[in-house]
Write a protein that binds this ligand. Structure first.
Ligand SMILES: *Cc1c(COP(=O)(O)O)cnc(C)c1O
Length: 414
């Protein structure tokens, strides 16, 4: 089994090691394994927010709008072109992931009528399931949920029929980290005449995504996980160029108007992906998104992915040695090609164990129903030795029964 000294050596040889200094780490004793939920704050984001509030909002006030108005498409291109393999003008930053999902799924249903089935997965993120049900309700369509975590290309192929309008999956599952075969599933859907809409929330910034090369039609994702955009930072949405001008948002707002400042009383959609914008963006939060996205783009997805795989592989080796004998089961795929950047460990006492790790052991993990503890790796700031220490503290805590002091029932934000 790998020693702590081995882990320290891996950090010395890590080409991304210097990126850790680009993030605010207020307490080095805390091991933060929650970057899959809320990425650490870039140092530059704090500076940027100070500049936006003091100079742009504080001094120049509305005179800053000519600069602010460009942010959704400028940051959209940074994320789209440098991180997601899209072309310029295909991504915009706007609203939340849930709202963007609603807008794109509604537009897709309208375009593909009379097809009326949305295919998704039973294991999808709950908000995605709720939103798709709402879209279907409003459009008189139906949702079919495929089994599998994630469903494989074979089960998709078996379900695709002439009635399927839209195929909507998560690229990486929020609970298990199972990674779907985006390329194969997108091709299958296209060949069956359906549109594809991928939720990239758990892959953007950490798993390679080739939107253009794979022929993906539509995508959404959040910016506060591996892109480190900050709590509640606005999400991104992608629409393939060839499709944009045939899609209509179900919410026609002035920011999606062809001539926003013409103040016409009739709506006319803008050309391009900007037609999916709705109202005034949250500028302070939006401006900060650029900082984390820039760090990811600079480091490069290939290097980030390589480190993410190396750390999760190290952890699985320790898991087998240390945690499996304590009643844990691995709920993430063993094949690194089939998983994202977090690990899900199942245990009957997952809730009290997660509280013990956070409150007693300085290991910030989170809990997901019904019995999962998630350990997230943010490769730009998580070190190999952090992963080693987190596993070591977990085995010690559980072997010593520290979690028995905590209530067995879940409460509060998890
Ligand atoms: C985190 C996450 C979201 C977040 O949705 P918001 O509307 O931005 O809160 C959506 N979908 C998936 C798959 C996620 O992991």
């Amino acid at each position: 089994v790998i020693s702590r000294e081995d882990a320290l050596r891996l950090d010395e040889d890590d080409p991304l090691a210097a990126y850790r200094e680009r993030f605010v780490i207020s307490d080095p004793a805390i091991i933060y394994m929650n970057g899959n939920s809320l990425g650490r704050m870039p140092v530059a984001a704090a500076e940027r927010v100070r500049e936006v509030t003091s100079l742009e909002w504080g001094s120049r006030l509305a005179g800053s709008w000519p600069h602010w108005i460009e942010l959704p498409s400028r940051i959209g291109d940074l994320i789209g072109v440098d991180i997601l393999g899209a072309r310029p003008g295909e991504v915009v930053v706007s609203d939340s992931t849930s709202v963007n999902l609603y807008k794109l799924a509604s537009a897709a249903l309208q375009l593909t009528a009379p097809r009326s089935v949305i295919l998704t997965e039973a294991a999808n993120f709950p908000s995605d399931l709720y939103v798709l049900d709402g879209v279907a309700r409003a459009a008189g369509a139906r949702v079919r949920r495929l089994a599998g975590d994630p469903p494989d290309a074979g089960s998709l192929a078996a379900t695709l029929g002439a009635d399927v309008a839209l195929v909507c999956f998560s690229h990486v599952n929020y609970r298990s980290a199972g990674l779907a075969d985006l390329a194969a599933m997108t091709t299958l859907a296209r060949d069956a005449g359906a549109l594809t809409l991928w939720d990239l929330s758990h892959s953007a910034g950490v798993v390679p995504v080739e939107l253009e090369a794979c022929g993906v039609d539509l995508a959404v994702g959040c910016t506060y996980k591996y892109l480190s955009g900050g709590p509640g930072s606005p999400a991104f949405l992608y629409a393939r160029r060839g499709l944009q001008d045939r899609l209509l948002s179900p919410i026609s707002g002035w920011f999606g108007h062809r001539d926003q400042f013409g103040f016409s009383s009739e709506f006319e959609p803008a050309d391009g992906v900007g037609r999916f914008m709705v109202g005034t963006p949250p500028i302070v939060s939006l401006a900060a998104v650029e900082c984390g996205a820039r760090l990811v783009a600079d480091a490069g997805i290939a290097a980030i992915r390589a480190k993410s795989v190396a750390i999760t592989e190290l952890m699985i080796g320790l898991f087998d040695q240390w945690l499996a004998p304590l009643g844990f089961a691995l709920a993430s795929p063993r094949d690194p090609a089939r998983r994202g950047s977090h690990l899900a460990f199942r245990h009957p006492a997952a809730w009290p164990i997660s509280r013990t790790l956070v409150e007693r052991c300085g290991v910030v993990v989170d809990f997901r129903e019904p019995d999962v503890v998630r350990f997230g790796i943010g490769p730009l700031y998580t070190r190999f030795v952090d992963a080693w220490d987190a596993m070591d503290r977990t085995r010690t805590a559980v072997a010593d029964g520290m979690h028995l002091e905590f209530a067995a029932e879940r409460s509060g934000v998890t």
